[in-house]
Design a protein around this ligand. Structure first.
Ligand SMILES: N[C@@H](CCC(=O)N[C@@H](CS)C(=O)NCC(=O)O)C(=O)O
Length: 150
């Protein structure tokens, strides 16, 4: 039976992009369902009742939420083109930088885009410093994510 892979997302969402990149790296065919976050679909709320956020991956009827969790699920389910390193220490580092992006970089970028005047200048500077820090570390995960949100 053919696999059913559906991604509920929003084109401008960095978390959705993370999943699109992972699926494309693995060569997995999927259907993209564009959500309207102002008027969330019943399906999004059904599949992600806890956070009601995108992305949600639906694989053969099973919903998976939270982009890093989904990314790891994809990596474990489709074996080609590994995303996370095999070495446990390298894996831990990749997870550390993925969390750094979510906790630090994404909020900084958001502020840089949506604040004004002096606050915006400071936010751009802060975002630049955070990105430089991650990029210098040079993990593949970080490189993928920077490509994703820049
Ligand atoms: N930690 C979540 C964050 C997902 C997230 O913040 N998604 C945003 C779009 S970029 C969303 O769905 N927002 C809708 C809302 O907050 O109601 C993940 O990694 O998947």
């Amino acid at each position: 039976m053919a696999e059913q892979v559906k991604l509920f997302g929003v084109w401008a969402s960095p978390f959705t992009r993370r999943i699109e990149i992972a699926l494309k790296l693995k060569g997995v065919e999927y259907e993209f369902v564009e959500e309207d976050l102002v008027n969330k679909s019943d399906l999004l709320v059904k599949y992600n009742p806890v956070h009601k956020k995108v992305p949600v991956l639906l694989h053969n009827g099973n919903p998976i939420c939270e982009s890093v969790v989904i990314m790891e699920y994809i990596d474990e389910t489709w074996k080609g083109a590994p995303i996370l390193p095999r070495d446990p220490y390298e894996r831990a580092m990749a997870r550390f930088w993925a969390k750094f992006i979510d906790d630090k970089c994404v909020p900084a970028i958001w502020k840089a885009c949506w604040s004004n005047d002096e606050e915006q200048e400071n936010a751009i500077e802060e975002a630049f410093v955070l990105f430089s820090l991650g990029t210098r570390r040079g993990t593949i995960t970080f490189q993928i994510m920077v490509t994703n949100i820049s």
